[in-house]
Design a protein. Structure first.
Length: 61
């Protein structure tokens, strides 16, 4: 079993872009997902002191 992880910011526009990216990846690689995990967390960009919310999606295939 293999996995691929996607990380995106949490906003309506960012989530739509992440959906598009995941769907394109699935179609391009002809992947059949076996399990999908999704988590929310925080990321601290290198040039900021504030943390930004992110969504992490892992697709197992």
């Amino acid at each position: 079993m293999q996995s691929h992880t996607f990380v995106g910011k949490v906003s309506t526009e960012s989530l739509k872009l992440m959906d598009d990216h995941i769907n394109e990846w699935l179609a391009r690689n002809e992947v059949e997902p076996k399990q999908i995990n999704q988590f929310f967390g925080y990321e601290r960009p290198h040039h900021h002191d504030l943390e930004e919310p992110v969504v992490i999606t892992t697709i197992w295939f």
